[in-house]
Design a protein around this ligand. Structure first.
Ligand SMILES: C[S@@+](CC[C@H](N)C(=O)[O-])C[C@H]1O[C@@H](n2cnc3c(N)ncnc32)[C@H](O)[C@@H]1O
Length: 114
């Protein structure tokens, strides 16, 4: 699993793998497979953390190192991209396998020609 963000601070938080009970990341029953409760906080399980690769990446620029992926989760990031950026980059372009899936947030789209 590859986890990316533009922000080093966000990546450090992700590497730490700690979230609060109120966060939706740990609130559903499915999430309990991946998090362990520690008091009022939830810790990402070690096996998930060690199988994850956290990388700094600007999705609006070329992606030099990414393999084809079966599933890309990209919620509330393309909301920052203008149409030109969506045309030339975006997670659907270089990284999705031909039969792969791209999941976006409810308020964002990839480039859609009119
Ligand atoms: C609104 S937050 C969404 C976070 C998370 N995906 C979620 O849905 O809770 C947007 C995130 O996108 C990151 N971001 C913004 N522009 C980016 C870019 N060009 N490339 C990569 N990450 C970017 C920000 O650093 C921030 O962590």
């Amino acid at each position: 699993m590859l986890a990316t963000d533009l922000s080093r601070e966000v990546l450090e938080r992700a590497r730490a793998g700690i979230t609060t009970r109120s966060s939706h990341a740990a609130s559903g029953p499915a999430a309990r497979q991946y998090f362990q409760q520690q008091g009022t906080r939830w810790q990402l399980k070690q096996e998930i953390a060690t199988s994850s690769n956290f990388r700094e990446l600007n999705l609006a620029q070329a992606w030099p190192f990414l393999p084809r992926m079966d599933l890309i989760l990209n919620r509330n990031v393309m909301i920052y991209f203008d149409v030109e950026t969506k045309k030339t980059s975006g997670p659907h372009r270089p990284a999705a396998a031909p039969d792969g899936y791209l999941l976006l947030g409810g308020s964002e789209t990839t480039f859609q020609p009119r």
